[in-house]
Write a protein that binds this ligand. Structure first.
Ligand SMILES: *[C@@H]1O[C@H](CO)[C@@H](O)[C@H](O)[C@H]1NC(C)=O
Ligand SMILES: *[C@@H]1O[C@H](CO)[C@@H](O)[C@H](O)[C@H]1NC(C)=O
Ligand SMILES: *[C@@H]1O[C@H](CO)[C@@H](O)[C@H](O)[C@H]1NC(C)=O
Length: 343
C-alpha cells in the first residue's frame, strides 16, 4: 500500500495500479484517491499539485533508501511491521529510530522538491530568484546561474509531510520536531559553488550560486544526530492540558531540545524478536559477521540465539596474462567462503 515512484509505478498491496504515463491521462482526482494512507490535507495538496506528488514519492523513497544504507549493519535495519504509507512503514514506538525515519523522509522530500524546481520539472517554482543578479559587495562576486531554492523545497515538505500529524498527542510534537530537524540539517549543508570569468580564467568577475548537498551527506549527519538523540517529555501547558511543547527529560531540567536535535519519547525495543506491538521485525535470517566486534557481529546481531553457517565456493577468473598477439589467458581461482545468518 504505497507508491514507488522511483520506478514510476504506483503499487497497492503488491499490485501495480498505474504507471506514471497514465498519471497524466487519469484525472488528479482519481490518482489522489487511489494513493492510500494520505491525510485529508495531503490529499488536497495531491489534487491541486499532481505533478508534485510524483516528486514527493521520489523524495520519500530516497529517504527510505538512505535509512536502509545508514542502518545496514544494525539490528534495526529500517524495516518495520505496520501500516505502509507513502513514507514507508511507520514505527509505533516513539523511539530514536522513529525519530530518524521522520527526519530523513522530511529532508528527502525537501531535497527532491528543490532539485525538481532547479531542473524546471515542477510548475510554480524554479531557481531562487531572490538571489538572481545581486552583487555580494563584501566578497566581490555576483549571484549567477541557478541557485537552488531550498526554502521552497523546505516549505513544501513542511506543508505536505507535516500534514500527516493529525492527532493531538505527544507523538505529534515529537514527529514535527524531527521533521523540522531533518530539514534544518539539509538547509545548513547548502553549498556555494563559484565560477571565474575573464581572460584565461583570470577571475576578473566571479559568479556564484547555491547547490544542494549530496543526500548521502545529509544521511551521515542525521545518523550522528541519531547517535546523540535526546530523550524528551511533553509539557501540557494549556487549559485543556493538551501537549504543548517538549523539554529535555532530565531531573530539574526546563530546557527545550535544540532545533537540530533528534528527539524521542520512548526507549527503543531491542529489535531481537519479531513483535507486532513495537513494530520490530526481529533479526532472524539476517547476515552477520562472525569476527566483527561491532553491531554486525553475530553475537550482537543474533541476540545470543546463535547463527547458521552456509558454505559455498566462490569461483572467478584470475592471473590473466596478455599474450602477443592477441589473446588473454586466465586461470580459474576458487575459494571456500562462509556466510553466517542469525537463528
Ligand atoms: C526532471 O525531469 C527529467 C525528465 O523527465 C528527469 O530525467 C529528471 O530526473 C528530473 N529531475 C528531478 C530532480 O526530478
Ligand atoms: C531487514 O531485516 C529483515 C529481517 O531479517 C529482512 O527481512 C529485510 O529484508 C531487511 N531489509 C533490508 C533493507 O536489508
Ligand atoms: C567482518 O569483520 C571483520 C572485523 O571487523 C572485518 O575485517 C571483515 O572484513 C568483515 N567481513 C565481512 C565479510 O564483512
Amino acid at each position: 500500500m504505497f507508491l514507488v515512484s522511483r520506478s514510476a509505478f504506483f503499487w497497492v498491496k503488491g499490485r501495480k495500479i498505474f504507471a506514471l504515463s497514465s498519471v497524466v491521462a487519469l484525472g488528479a482526482n482519481i490518482i489522489c484517491n487511489k494513493i492510500p494512507g494520505l491525510a485529508p490535507r495531503q490529499r488536497a495538496i495531491c489534487q491541486s499539485r499532481p505533478d508534485a506528488i510524483i516528486v514527493i514519492g521520489e523524495g520519500a523513497q530516497m529517504g527510505i533508501n538512505e535509512c536502509q544504507y545508514q542502518f545496514r549493519f544494525g539490528r534495526w535495519n529500517c524495516s518495520a511491521l505496520g501500516e505502509k504509507t507513502v513514507f514507508g512503514q511507520e514505527l509505533r514506538v516513539g523511539s530514536r529510530e522513529a525519530a530518524f525515519t521522520y527526519a530523513i523522509t522530511a529532508a528527502g522530500v525537501a531535497h527532491a522538491v528543490t532539485a525538481a524546481c532547479s531542473q524546471g520539472n515542477l510548475s510554480n517554482c524554479g531557481c531562487d530568484r531572490e538571489k538572481q543578479g545581486y552583487y555580494n559587495q563584501a566578497e566581490g562576486w555576483k549571484w549567477g546561474g541557478c541557485s537552488a531554492d531550498v526554502r521552497y523545497g523546505i516549505d513544501f515538505s513542511r506543508r505536505f509531510v507535516d500534514a500527516r500529524e493529525i492527532k493531538k498527542n505527544a507523538r505529534r510534537l515529537m514527529n514535527l520536531h524531527n521533521n523540522e530537524a531533518g530539514r534544518k540539517v539539509l538547509e545548513d549543508r547548502m553549498k556555494l559553488e563559484c565560477k571565474c570569468h575573464g581572460v584565461s580564467g583570470s577571475c576578473t568577475t566571479k559568479t556564484c550560486w547555491t547547490t544542494l548537498p549530496k543526500f548521502r551527506e545529509v544521511g551521515h549527519l542525521l545518523k550522528e544526530k541519531y547517535n546523540a538523540a535526546v530523550q524528551v517529555e511533553v509539557v501540557r501547558a494549556s487549559r485543556l492540558r493538551q501537549p504543548t511543547f517538549l523539554r529535555v527529560k532530565q531531573l530539574h531540567s526546563y530546557q527545550k531540545p535544540m532545533e537540530t536535535d533528534l528527539v524521542y519519547i520512548e526507549k527503543s525495543p531491542n529489535y531481537c524478536e519479531e513483535d507486532a506491538a513495537t513494530g520490530s521485525v526481529g533479526t532472524q535470517g539476517r547476515l552477520c559477521n562472525r569476527t566483527s566486534p561491532g553491531a554486525d557481529g553475530c553475537d550482537t546481531m543474533c541476540c545470543g540465539r546463535g547463527y547458521n553457517t552456509h558454505q559455498y565456493t566462490k569461483v572467478w577468473q584470475c592471473n590473466c596474462k596478455f599474450h602477443w598477439c592477441c589473446y588473454v589467458r586466465c586461470s580459474t581461482c576458487s575459494e571456500r567462503t562462509e556466510v553466517f545468518t542469525c537463528k
